[in-house]
Design a protein around this ligand. Sequence first.
Ligand SMILES: C[S@@+](CC[C@H](N)C(=O)[O-])C[C@H]1O[C@@H](n2cnc3c(N)ncnc32)[C@H](O)[C@@H]1O
Length: 318
Amino acid sequence: MSAGHVCPHCGSEMDPIRTPIESSWGGEIHHICFNDDCSYFTTSWKALEGQGIEKTGYRCRMDPRGGCGPAPVWSEDALKDLVVKVDTEETSSLAWFSPHDLARDDETPDGVFYTKPRFVDHLDSCALETVEQIYGRLIPANATILDLMAGPDSHLGKVKDPATVVGLGLNKTELEANIILSEQVIHDLNRDPRLPFPDNRFDVVVNTVSVDYLTKPLEVFQEVSRVLKPKGLFIVVFSNRMFPPKAVNIWKASSEKQRVEIVRRFFTLSGRFAIQGYQESTGKPRPKDDKYYGKGIPSDPIYAVWGKSIHKQTNSSN
Ligand SMILES: C[S@@+](CC[C@H](N)C(=O)[O-])C[C@H]1O[C@@H](n2cnc3c(N)ncnc32)[C@H](O)[C@@H]1O
């Protein structure tokens, strides 16, 4: 249902769509006139045809932040898959990602896939060093930290005197090997996105090379905010390697730049974070200790997005 936006060209009710990831429009939602008889659409279609450009036209697009513009389309149905069919602001945020976007090839319980411990390197040593530097720089001394979706390796070696590091993951053997952890919690976030921790427990939550496996990311981000202290920090670091059957469809279908946008939207659409920063480390030389050294492949790229919790339910000091 549209929020009362009417096309200035034909007077039809416009439909809200999720902003296409590849567009430069900005914002989360735009309104589109899908009336095939709208003069804006029919005129542009014919004009482009006259220039030899077939099956392309423009629909009228309205930005809820103000202003109108063209939305390029290549068929009558183009962009219709992005229509948000909900009627409140909060649920339209949650519906931004379609069920297909967040589905995976392997929908068997994650506990089955992760029964076997995987002592594999997810990143080369140069990329690992970058991740450690990011955490070392952003995390204050004596912090209470949750490592969300933790494995056998810690990337918190440069953090000064952490008070506590709790690791939440799916494999007990992996978590037992992670020597920095003071507490290990086995919990499947895709089965139950609620975090088994009280409100306001942590100063910082980190998530390393794992955000692509979340099938309920907005709920998980909201939960992260709940367990963070007011203004607590959530740092999400990712690269380009993955276990494809377990990664969500939208991640696999997106470029690295689009994935940055996806993670930014997890933060903003959850409604519980203000994004604080972004760092990208790409194109560094492959380290000599790596099996791909000398094969013309750069070091694994690292992207980090971090945000400050702005939740209000349990905190009056925000
Ligand atoms: C690629 S590994 C990354 C491990 C670790 N964060 C690191 O940087 O080395 C992905 C991790 O996500 C965890 N994981 C995957 N699916 C999960 C789920 N549904 N719930 C909780 N943890 C999950 C697994 O336990 C696994 O250790």
